[in-house]
Design a protein around this ligand. Structure first.
Ligand SMILES: [Fe+2]
Length: 448
């Protein structure tokens, strides 16, 4: 047994340090894990998941600021070979500050706590303030990359890999100029295009959208706030005066050709997917908040599945609510990144509103063709994002597996669940040697 940080019960702690959001205190590994059901023979690779896990003795000040920790699971030959967790060994973990006294950023410093994404045989742990951190398939930290000296901006935690070209499209934003830089990494890992996008001000841009022909940027009214920055918390606040817009740039074209369309005020962390229709309309499905961080940046409201449609020549997007339930972390079959998708999968709250504890106890499966939502209720459990993996390379969209961590509240334990994507029925439940805290995003890395 390893020493486990007890789940704090002090009610005054912020939600991200209580319950299953509380960090674990150490790194462990465990082999030949006990499985209920059967691990599919076709799943051969590593599942990796990133999230904030402040080191013992550190108080991160905000959910988004804790030191990154990866949790990994190696599957293959119908077995769950190992589980391990490792902090991303960043300079931030060693106590180095990212900005100097003049506010200048050192992009080799950052918490690397948000996502973990494979591309071109590499695995990158990502946080939107900093350079990607290269990781090994067994979760060891290899060092930051700037793509041969070409990356000169931050790097989003939500790059988009085009399934047709293998390119990784990404961006970096900051509150200092340049405010938004869009760039493309080709399938061999070369940084091949850089465009500065002319947003109207320093906004928080967590994600973006990619279609077969366009990159779409969300310039939304959560704006840099110097007073919050001075307090050392998330330096962004909702603005009633900043206009909400989408910037649409044709792939391969210069930023001067960016077309801007307006939206009603809102905030979005996560795009589910985007694609083009036959008439040239662009469809963008998002987890949309009415607003974000008005009073302070410590609380979250409810995000709901929402569709934006931008018709050719339109100056505003058509905005359509798709559901009234609270969801977040939507994912699709990534072979359809930027292409028309039918299904999306997202953790969902039990009631109409998530409340302060931010506990997801259901997994929702959206059928965009019928508008029907089905769900799997995990009861007294809390689940994180679920990631899709096709059963075979040529499987149909819904013929896949969904995988993610589920926390059993009554027993204070975690398991890794593999579900059938079409039915949400259990295929395998892999018992884990420890509680896995709520985290942000993960990836299935086949063959690694
Ligand atoms: Fe995210």
């Amino acid at each position: 047994m390893t020493m486990e940080l007890e789940v704090p019960i002090q009610p005054k702690l912020p939600f991200y340090l209580r319950g299953n959001y509380a960090p674990v205190a150490d790194e462990i590994e465990s082999f030949d894990l006990k499985v209920e059901g059967a691990v599919p023979e076709g799943l051969d690779g590593v599942y990796l998941r990133n999230g904030p896990n402040p080191a013992p003795g550190k108080h991160s000040g905000h959910w988004f600021m804790g030191d990154g920790m990866l949790h990994g699971l190696r599957l293959g030959g119908g077995k769950a070979h190992w589980y391990r967790n490792r902090w991303v060994k960043t300079r931030a973990l060693e106590g180095v500050q990212m900005r100097d006294q003049f506010g200048r950023a050192d992009r080799t410093v950052g918490a690397s706590n948000t996502h973990v994404v494979p591309h071109n045989g590499q695995i990158y742990a990502l946080v939107e303030s900093s350079f990607p951190m290269r990781m090994s398939p067994d979760l060891e930290t290899l060092g930051t990359t700037d793509f041969g000296g070409k990356l000169d901006s931050a790097f989003t935690a939500h790059p988009k890999i085009c399934p047709e070209t293998g390119e990784m499209h990404a961006f970096g934003y900051d509150w200092q100029a340049p405010l938004l830089v869009y760039f493309v990494i080709d399938r061999q890992g070369n940084y091949i295009q850089r465009e500065e996008i002319a947003v109207a001000g320093p906004t928080m841009i967590h994600d973006f959208a990619l279609t077969r022909n366009h990159a779409i940027f969300m310039d939304l009214p959560v704006v840099f706030d110097i007073e919050r920055a001075m307090k050392g918390t998330m330096p962004y606040a909702f603005s009633d005066s900043y206009p909400a817009r989408l910037g649409i740039l044709k792939r391969g074209r210069p930023s001067s050709e960016t077309r801007w369309v307006s939206l009603k005020p809102n905030y979005v962390f996560h795009v589910s997917n985007a694609y083009e229709e036959a008439d040239g309309s662009i469809v963008i499905d998002v987890a949309r908040y009415d607003e974000m961080w008005r009073a302070n940046s410590g609380a979250f409201d409810d995000a709901r599945m929402h569709r934006w449609t931008v018709r050719p020549g339109a100056s505003a997007a058509v905005e359509t609510p798709l559901d009234d339930r609270s969801i977040e972390f939507p994912r699709i079959d990534e072979r359809l990144n930027g292409l028309p998708h039918r299904y999306a999968y997202a953790p969902m709250g039990a009631g109409k509103s998530m409340g302060v504890d931010q506990e997801f106890s259901l997994l929702a499966r959206y059928d965009m063709a019928t508008g029907k939502r089905t769900e799997r209720d995990f009861g007294q459990a809390v689940m994180s994002e679920f990631v899709h993996a096709p059963k075979r390379a040529d499987s149909a969209e819904d013929d896949g597996w969904l995988m993610g961590f589920v926390y059993d509240k009554p027993n204070n334990t975690s398991a890794f669940h593999i579900l059938d994507a079409a039915t949400l029925e259990s295929q395998a439940k892999i018992h884990l040697p420890r509680r896995v805290p709520q985290g942000f995003h993960g990836s299935w890395a086949p063959g690694l």
